[in-house]
Design a binder for this molecule. Structure first.
Ligand code: SF4
Length: 256
């Protein structure tokens, strides 16, 4: 597949994370004079409010607005609403919130707008994820960060060098800037971090998951309800959690 041509539309899918912010920057550097580069975010209400500040800072840095596009079926863009409507929080091979609020939102944008190329925040250490996405989702993806040899750590450093504070959830110990209380997480370490830093979110997830019969956490080899999780339970380090929600969210992406 040859590269972008003059006038092509390049959609950069910005997830409020460091990597996709730098992917947008690199895309504008490489193709901004040649193509119509659009930076698009599929919002999810359950993300931390500081993500919005981060998005505004990134837009200022890039000198370009970030387009917000959500699925018309879920105008609230709320994962909590998706779970209630679907009567489920997580499936064996994914989560309904990812499907409706990310994947279908992106597909809805594609139905309304011609997109010649996609850019995602796959970093140099994620060539496998990029390859999988190209194979299963879209073949017209530009591996911007991979070609530039930029890792997640490089992206974070580049933003900080440009005076852009990362979303505050990273400093709180979260492995990504996705929703707080992500239903794909099964790790006791993760859920106890949520309980410590956002007790009201923990309680809300515990209530809803009990009501919908979703055993979200894995403890001692067994799936249990959040309200059964001991407060001192720990699992693997959150640094090993690599799955992020987004349009490239792996179908089987349950991280633990
Ligand atoms: S981050 Fe987690 S909870 Fe939020 S939409 Fe994605 S899969 Fe759902």
């Amino acid at each position: 597949m040859s590269g972008p041509e003059p006038g092509d539309v390049i959609a950069v899918w910005f997830s409020n994370g460091a990597a996709s912010a730098v992917a947008a920057y690199q895309t504008l550097q490489r193709y901004g004079n040649l193509c119509d580069v659009r930076i698009i975010n599929n919002p999810v209400l359950e993300e931390d409010e500081d993500n919005l500040r981060f998005g505004r800072d990134v837009a200022t840095w890039l000198g370009q607005p970030i387009i917000s596009h959500n699925s018309p079926v879920y105008p609230t863009a709320s994962a909590v609403d998706v779970w209630d409507k679907r009567g489920a929080m997580v499936f064996p091979r994914g989560a309904p919130c990812t499907v409706h609020l990310k994947k279908e939102a992106r597909q809805d944008y594609e139905r309304q707008h011609k997109v010649d190329w996609h850019v995602l925040g796959f970093t140099a250490d994620e060539a496998g994820r990029h390859a999988r996405f190209v194979l299963t989702e879209r073949s017209n993806v530009l591996p911007i960060l991979i070609e530039a040899g930029l890792t997640k750590a490089d992206c974070a450093a580049l933003l900080q060098a440009n005076g852009i504070a990362l979303p505050r959830v990273y400093a709180e110990g979260y492995p990504n800037a996705n929703c707080i209380g992500c239903v794909k997480a099964t790790s006791p370490t993760y859920w106890n971090l949520v309980r410590r830093t956002r007790p009201e979110t923990f309680d809300a997830r515990a209530e809803q998951s009990r009501r919908l019969g979703a055993r979200l956490v894995r403890y001692r080899g067994k799936r249990i309800y959040l309200d059964e999780l001991p407060e001192d339970a720990v699992g693997r380090s959150l640094k090993t959690m690599t799955v992020e929600c987004g349009i490239f969210c792996e179908e089987k992406g349950v991280f633990g």
